[in-house]
Every structure is written in structure tokens, then in C-alpha cells.
Ligand binder design. Structure first.
Ligand code: WT7
Length: 657
């Protein structure tokens, strides 16, 4: 890799030079890559936009279909059907296709637990485990389209559970292990799940996360779950309800390791994954089979330019979309070998990731800017103590990567030789939408660069006109793509309203962005009331309703403020009910309360007790003013719609103490 710009001469002009630093892949990398020149990218991109049916049919045909489709796309905005009439089995594509061929004894998953335990699972073994577990699910009456909630640590059994669901056509809903019992209840109620798969616990920073205990608490408030299957991970004491709870190891013992996989319609539901919105409860994002698998398969192949000998590692949790698309479905559909790590990046210290890379010879590493910033803070001596020369490609996802973090990643981790793919996408898009292709795209630190094949991304102004170069607007996708979400579970109205109502027939992502003169997309951040905390979306409304559920709180308003490590910090203003006084202990209690209600990720960073919140005459809380206050320390914006101007002075005082 070569930097074409000179070293910045002083700090003040650095920011101007920043954008002109361009990094192109080395000739060595390009030579071996699937897409090795911008000419090739442009040609394929053109075809994928002009004749998407031809492009996507070719990609989908690399997978195993039991019955061919009649039409590639049926598009009745905002509802899409891809590979209409086609039939396939997603798990068979991810597992059997490899296990029954030359990859039988190839490692599918190299696992490292937080305490240091290691396991290697070949494709052949994965096939047997998935089949066994599919038989277990069927034995307990799980049928196609039934919803199964998966609440697991980052262990191979999480992937096995998901694949077993896919194999029998059941719809998995993975809930991130960091979420609380309340979050489980919300998802159980919305999805109507009848089975839960969990573990006794999982290791995180040397402690056991009490997964089973959280499930027990949730099931006291939801009675439609018939069976709970519990994998023994930590050996911690758990209570087993003899009518309901089953041990994973007992169940698989009595089940066969072969299973006849049925073919399902291309539009058969594959999974539900809940994500935060600006209002109301999290939305159940629905993904289906043929299109989703084609999208994750194809993006993984081209963007990570996967090779037979690569050891790929994505540090996300299976509880997020990144874990679904780029730990389970994308890599396994490609027959890749991947590393899976259970625990925290700083256990026992910030050298853990680098030790894992060295020990296992990881060649492709995919992580989040929030982690990179934490590593920068921890110190260069951690990566420097390890041999990272096995790495050949780096990836980033979750939020905009600051140019400084990009440079550090490129130099300290990539040794200046690895391309970085900064991948923009969302739970709703299912697969990566904007990203460099590592063998050809010139990269500037901080931009996700150019759209992937078939992705008609643009930036529009309020009138729906395309913005000029460097003019900010709304990021939209103008054409349907195979891995797009099909709906919000049980709420088509909300689906239309949230994503398809700004411009007719066009998907609005909810992100603000601009394009530079070279066509690169620079994502600025969310335009709605959604925070991005450590690369994960968190609705301000969710935190607000958690706060208001506390007996001392009358009203609350939550806004994001810049945070060096997490991207955004959760900043809360609360007014208290009569008879309650502000105190340090109440502040602590509210933090814990939000953590218990939603999960640790939502714990407020700041809580300000205010005598009143700024409101419009019609009673709407003006979060815009609060955001300005916590970002700049004052309010200078338009306050003409504010009901009581006095409130401003009070608020300014309360953030000072
Ligand atoms: C939101 C989606 C997609 C997996 C992880 C998060 C932000 C994501 C980038 C990136 C700038 C990014 C956007 C997006 N985002 N990747 N490379 N550059 N912003 O999934 O929870 O669905 O959140 O994350 O704001 O809308 P998610």
C-alpha cells in the first residue's frame, strides 16, 4: 500500500490533507483478487444495475437449489420477492454442500473460549451436530415457521442452534446475551416464540453471564414457551423446571446425526432480529431465505475476497446482524474457516485479540471502530507484542470510522500492507451495501467508498433531488436488493412508514451522508432519534420508557452526545415525581435500573436532574435543544417554539453541577 500524500506539516492543515490521503491496494494483493481493477468493478457494477436479474441469477446459481426459480424478482414496492418459486435449504447450503464434498475435514469453526479452552469443528462434524439438533427440535414439536428464541453465549452451539432452525424451516430470533430479561419478554411477546435455546451461562470478563437465570425470569411473564433447551457451558448452578427445561447434551445423545433436509420456498422466513427505532418497541426485522443467502454469500465472497486457506475472524456477537450475516450465513455458505471467540477483548488484557490472531494465524479480521478506539487507548505495546503477519485484510463495521482510528488500524494492525474494507450496512439491509473491494478500490480514511454490486445508493435532498458533490442529504437505496428485509414482523404499516415514506418506491436508511467528487459515500450518522452506542443502535424512546418506569421518575428525555470510545454516549434528563429528591444514589440506581431493563449497553453515561424539560406549546419534548446543550454546553438554536423560556436557564445550570 502506498500513501500518495506527503506527511501533514502541522496540525491545523491536517484535516484538509486527511481527505486527500488515498490508499490503493498493493499490486500483490490486486493480482490475486477476484476484482482486481476499477475497470472490472465499474463494468460489473454497470451490469448489476442495468440488468440486476442477470447479475443476481449468476450469483444465486453458485448456491444449491432444489427447485429453480421462475423469476428473479417480483417487485411491488415496498414488497419484494426474490428467486420466485425457487426452493432451497439454507442449512444444507451452509453445511452439507461442503461436508458432502471436498471440505468434509476442513475446519468450519475454530473456537476459543474466554477461559482459553479450544475446539475445532470440521464441516463434517458441523453437519452431524446440526442434524442432531434439528432432530431434537423436531422431536419436541418445532415446525416450519415456528419462532425459536436463541439466547446464547458466543460458542459454536449458537451457530448450530441457528442452522438447525434453518434446516427445519423454523424462524430463529437470536437475542444478544447482554440483553436483560425484560428484553427477552418483549421479543417473546412480539414473535410468539414457543421454544427457547439457551445456556447455563457464558464467560465475559472472567465472570459468568447468568443466561438461564434471565430466561427463567422472562418466562415468569410469558407462558407460551413449551420447552427450554439448555447447553451446559460454564457449569454454574441453574434451576431446571422438570416439565419445561431440557439439557442439550441429554437431548442430542438420543438423536441421530443424520437428518433429511426439506426444501423451502425462497421467500420462507429465515429469522427475525429486533432492532431499535426512534419510537416504540424494537422492530422485528424479517429476513427470508433465498435472497438473504445470496446477498450474504456474494458480499462475503467479493468484499472479503475469501480464499480456501483463509482464517477469517469477525469479532461481533451472533446476537447482532453482523453475527448472522458474517459469522453464520456468509462465511459458511462460502465454506470458509473461521475463528470464533467467546469473550471480551480485554480478558485478561488488551493483548487478547492479537494473541488470538498470532496463535491461530488469522488472515482476515473484521471488527468495529469502538473496539479499535479502545485498543488505541490501551496502548500500542499490546499489538506490538504479537506477530500479526498472517493478516492480509481488515474490515470495519458499525459506525463511521474516524480517520485517526483508520490510520492506526492500517499501520499498527495491518502493518501498512492490508487493505481495509469499511463496510456500511444495517440490520435491515441484511448484507453489506457500501464498501471498498479490497483488490481495487482506492480508500480514503473515513469513507465506506462505493456501492456493492446491485446497490443503487444515492443521496437525496428533501425534495428528492440528488445532492451535488459534498452536499449533505439522506442516504437512500433506489432499487431492491436480494438481502433486503421483507417487512417488520406483524407491522406492514410501520414498515412502510419507517423506510418507504420519504420518497416513493425508495428505501430510506435513516442515515445522513454526502458523496465526494470521486463518488465516495461519507456517512455522517443517524438522522432520527436513534443513538449509535459502540456500533449498535439504541432508541432514545426505549431508554426513556425504561427511566419513566422507575417509581421516582416523572419524565425523561434522552439524547446522544459525542463519546470518545463508544461513538455516542447516552445522556439522560429526568424530572422527578413529587416527594423524590435528586441524589448521587438515585443517579446510580437509575443507571442500574436501565441496565436491568434493557441491558448494559443502554446504561446512561450522564443523568441530569432537571426541574422541567424543554417543550413545545403542544407538549413535545425538544430533544434538539438538549442535544445542543450537551454537545456545546449552551443553547443558541431556534427557541421560538419553546413554551417556557425559563427552562433553558435551569437546564444550563443543571449540566454545570
Ligand atoms: C447503522 C446500522 C451493520 C452492522 C452493524 C450495525 C451505522 C454501520 C457503518 C459504517 C458508518 C455505519 C449506520 C447504520 N453504520 N456501519 N461502516 N460507516 N456508519 O447494524 O445496528 O442495524 O445499525 O449503523 O448508522 O444505519 P445496525
Amino acid at each position: 500500500m502506498t500513501a500518495h500524500s506527503k506527511k501533514p506539516m502541522s496540525r491545523t492543515i491536517e484535516s484538509h490533507l486527511e481527505e486527500s490521503r488515498i490508499y490503493t491496494p498493493t499490486a500483490e494483493f490486486s493480482k490475486e483478487a477476484r476484482i482486481s481493477s476499477m475497470t472490472q468493478y465499474r463494468k460489473m457494477y454497470r451490469e448489476s444495475i442495468d440488468k440486476p436479474e442477470i447479475f443476481w441469477a449468476r450469483e444465486a446459481n453458485e448456491l444449491l437449489w432444489r427447485q429453480p426459480w421462475s423469476d428473479v424478482l417480483d417487485w411491488k414496492p415496498p414488497f419484494a420477492k426474490w428467486f420466485v418459486g425457487g426452493k432451497l435449504n439454507v442449512a444444507e447450503n451452509c453445511v452439507d454442500r461442503h461436508a458432502n464434498g471436498s471440505r468434509r475435514n476442513k475446519a468450519a469453526i475454530i473456537f476459543e473460549g474466554e477461559p482459553g479452552d479450544r475446539r475445532v469443528i470440521t464441516y463434517g462434524e458441523l453437519q452431524r451436530e446440526v442434524c442432531r439438533f434439528a432432530n431434537v427440535l423436531e422431536k419436541h414439536g418445532v415446525k416450519a415457521k415456528d419462532r425459536v428464541l436463541v439466547y446464547m453465549p458466543m460458542i459454536p452451539e449458537a451457530a448450530i442452534a441457528m442452522l438447525a432452525c434453518a434446516r427445519i424451516g423454523a424462524v430463529h430470533n437470536v437475542v444478544f446475551g447482554g440483553f436483560s430479561a425484560d428484553s427477552i419478554v418483549d421479543r417473546l411477546e412480539d414473535s410468539g416464540a414457543t421454544m427457547v435455546i439457551t445456556a447455563d451461562g457464558g464467560w465475559r470478563r472472567g465472570k459468568i453471564v447468568p443466561l438461564k437465570e434471565n430466561v427463567d425470569a422472562a418466562l415468569q411473564r410469558y407462558d407460551k414457551v413449551r420447552k427450554v433447551i439448555v447447553h451446559k457451558r460454564c457449569g454454574n448452578e441453574v434451576s431446571m423446571n422438570s416439565n419445561r427445561d431440557l439439557w442439550w447434551h441429554d437431548e442430542v445423545q438420543s438423536c441421530k446425526s443424520t437428518h433429511q433436509a426439506k426444501a423451502f420456498d425462497s421467500e420462507h422466513p429465515l429469522f427475525l432480529l429486533y432492532t431499535s427505532g426512534s419510537t416504540g418497541k424494537p422492530k422485528g426485522i424479517l429476513h427470508t431465505s433465498g435472497g438473504y443467502l445470496t446477498g450474504t454469500y456474494s458480499t462475503f465472497k467479493y468484499i472479503f475476497d475469501i480464499r480456501e486457506n483463509d482464517i477469517y475472524w469477525c469479532t461481533a456477537d451472533v446476537g447482532w446482524i453482523t453475527g448472522h450475516s458474517y459469522i453464520v450465513y456468509g462465511p459458511l455458505a462460502n465454506g470458509a474457516t473461521q475463528l470464533m471467540y467467546e469473550g471480551a477483548p480485554n480478558q485478561p488484557d488488551f493483548g487478547r485479540f492479537w494473541k488470538i490472531i498470532e496463535d491461530h494465524g488469522v488472515s482476515i479480521f473484521y471488527t468495529a471502530p469502538t473496539a479499535i478506539r479502545a485498543f488505541i487507548k490501551a496502548g500500542d505495546h499490546f499489538p506490538a507484542a504479537h506477530d500479526l503477519s498472517s493478516l492480509r485484510l481488515l474490515g470495519s463495521v458499525g459506525e463511521p470510522i474516524n480517520p485517526e482510528a483508520w490510520m492506526w488500524y492500517q499501520q499498527k494492525i495491518g502493518g501498512g500492507r492490508c487493505p481495509i474494507v469499511d463496510t456500511w450496512w444495517q440490520t435491515e439491509t441484511g448484507a453489506i451495501m457500501i464498501s471498498p473491494l479490497p483488490g481495487c478500490t482506492p480508500c480514503k480514511p473515513g469513507t465506506a467508498t462505493l456501492p456493492f454490486f446491485g446497490v443503487d445508493a444515492a443521496i437525496l435532498d428533501e425534495e428528492g433531488k440528488e445532492c451535488k458533490a459534498n452536499e449533505g442529504g439522506k442516504l437512500v437505496i433506489r432499487k431492491p436488493w436480494p438481502s433486503m428485509t421483507r417487512t417488520i414482523y406483524g407491522d406492514k404499516t410501520r414498515f412502510r412508514k419507517t423506510y418507504w415514506s420519504d420518497y416513493p418506491g425508495i428505501y430510506t436508511a435513516g442515515d445522513g451522508a454526502r458523496r465526494d467528487k470521486d463518488g465516495n459515500f461519507w456517512i455522517v450518522g443517524r438522522i432520527d432519534d436513534v443513538l449509535n452506542v459502540s456500533g449498535h443502535r439504541l432508541g432514545t424512546a426505549e431508554v426513556e420508557s425504561a427511566l419513566v418506569a422507575h417509581p421516582a421518575v416523572a419524565e425523561s428525555a434522552v439524547v446522544g452526545r459525542p463519546d470518545e470510545l463508544k461513538g455516542q454516549g447516552v445522556c439522560c434528563f429526568v424530572t422527578l415525581k413529587e416527594g423524590h429528591d435528586s441524589s448521587e444514589s438515585l443517579r446510580r440506581e437509575l443507571r442500574e435500573h436501565v441496565g436491568r431493563t434493557i441491558g448494559a449497553i443502554a446504561k446512561p453515561d450522564d443523568i441530569y436532574f432537571a426541574p422541567a424539560l424543554p417543550k413545545t406549546r403542544s407538549g413535545k419534548i425538544m430533544r434538539r435543544l438538549l442535544k445542543e446543550l450537551v454537545t456545546t454546553g449552551e443553547i443558541s438554536g431556534n427557541v421560538t417554539t419553546l413554551d417556557d423560556i425559563q427552562v433553558i436557564t435551569h437546564l444550563q445550570n443543571c449540566i454545570k453541577v
